[in-house]
Design a binder for this molecule. Structure first.
Ligand SMILES: Cc1cc2nc3c(=O)[nH]c(=O)nc-3n(C[C@H](O)[C@H](O)[C@H](O)COP(=O)(O)O)c2cc1C
Length: 173
């Protein structure tokens, strides 16, 4: 699939087929996402792969961001930042910004990697990070930043509504 097609196909999918995502696909997705940049190549991010149905159910009832999902996907990637890993080199800017960017750019690549492998996903940001940390037993040094559920789509692709460039571009100087 050419890159332009991957960008256009990536969309927020909330209905999935009850079809498993293989270990091989999970590894491929993670390896591709790992090619994303990071501040000083520190890669101040970690991923928790949630496949266990009981734990996914706990996340579903706890996280408002998963509320619109009717048929859930078989795997949820919980992407965490590691603020202190970035702070060692970059101080407050690493702690407050770069670690977050390391995690979110990883998530963006992960979404595109999933599309390139015939899968769909959705960015989920609406959740209480303390509750998620408790459910997944995440240590204090990792901060859950975004969840990306991934699976095979059951939806027809929709239209994308976007700001026109004249609204997007604030100024050209
Ligand atoms: C920062 C952020 C937070 C989001 N949080 C949620 C969420 O909690 N639950 C959800 O169903 N979708 C969530 N989305 C998905 C957006 O609703 C979706 O990306 C947007 O409507 C554009 O549609 P598209 O992804 O199909 O292009 C989030 C997206 C972003 C970037």
């Amino acid at each position: 699939m050419v890159l332009e097609e991957i960008f256009k196909k990536r969309e927020a999918v909330r209905n999935y087929l009850e079809k498993d995502v293989s270990e091989d696909l999970i590894k491929k997705i993670l390896k591709l996402a790992s090619l994303s940049p990071s501040a000083g190549n520190l890669q101040a991010r970690r991923v928790i792969i949630v496949k266990n149905p009981a734990i996914r159910k706990k996340l579903k009832v706890t996280c408002s961001g998963l509320g619109r999902f009717t048929i859930e996907p078989p795997v949820i990637f919980v992407i965490c930042s590691v603020p202190e890993e970035s702070a060692i080199r970059y101080g407050d800017r690493g702690r407050n910004l770069y670690a977050l960017q390391d995690a979110t750019i990883f998530a963006s690549y992960l979404q595109l990697a999933a599309v390139s492998l015939g899968l769909a996903s959705c960015w989920v940001g609406s959740f209480d990070e303390n509750k998620v940390s408790e459910i997944l037993n995440i240590p204090k040094n990792l901060v859950p930043v975004v969840m990306i559920p991934v699976g095979f789509s059951e939806e027809e692709p929709g239209e994308k509504s976007r700001k026109i460039l004249a609204e997007l571009v604030f100024k050209e100087i």
